[in-house]
Ligand binder design. Sequence first.
Ligand code: SF4
Length: 316
Amino acid sequence: MSLVKNRHNTRQISVGNIKVGGGAPIAVQSMTNTYTQDIDATVAQIQRLYDAGCEIVRVAVPDMEAAHAIRKIKNALELKEINIPVIADIHFDYRLALASADAGADGLRINPGNIGEKWKIKAVADCATALNIPIRVGVNSGSLEKDIVEKMGSTAKAMAQSAMRNIEILEDLGFYDIKISLKASDVERTVEAYRLISTMTDVPLHVGVTEAGGLYAGITKSAIGIGMILADGIGDTIRVSLTRDPVEEVRVGWEILRALGLRKRGPEIISCPTCGRCRINLFDIAEKVENALLKCPLTIKVAIMGCVDCKGFTCS
Ligand code: SF4
């Protein structure tokens, strides 16, 4: 029996070469943490993310230098035959969105509500339409519109209302290639917000728990939060958010998809927790095997056990 309910039927959009929504495979995303204008460092990190299975990557665009860097980043990726959509992440300034799109970004992440006057949002939507690139609206519980927070607090309902407001702004301008995320830093609000929004729109959903924390808290919150949402059949792309090397986000993202039986990539490592029978350094061996198999495309199972005679009786 599948762990996952029937997937919600969302409209399909294209993010570069990746189809999102409408039954397409759930894509794994991440975001670079290099200075985007540092072309070499950003391209090197994107290459590592790509090798780990990242299918859509986002870069921060805090200024014009970063926006213009996108052109060079895309060219460098093309030379290396790395075909991964690059999304420009913009907070407030619509001119950065226009410059990023012009530099070849495959998508924009903005919040129309933060961009200001309608003509600025229209300029971004028109530009995205002309270049045939989507816009992701990123609703975050920590930066909801003031009037919504005053009325509803920073609740899941408020997040859904903000999402709908932002979707309507774009749709009123005739722009429909939208993806939306509604992230909180706790599992409860995040799950509730996605459950709510999935009943309100067919816009494809990017799923994640934001500011989830370091390795242990981040993986735990993401696995439970993203896992519960995906198990409800909700979600078209995912990002695990960790205060770590983003490559680890991608690895965890793939493990979540694998655990739910949604997608597989590379070998599945099965290793025992060790006990007093173990006479080898299994922790070290397991880590080495895991790293050695990172680029292996085969969906095989590799068992790494601490002794020969267990057959699973003790390990559990
Ligand atoms: S395989 Fe089982 S019995 Fe053997 S070392 Fe690992 S946990 Fe212990």
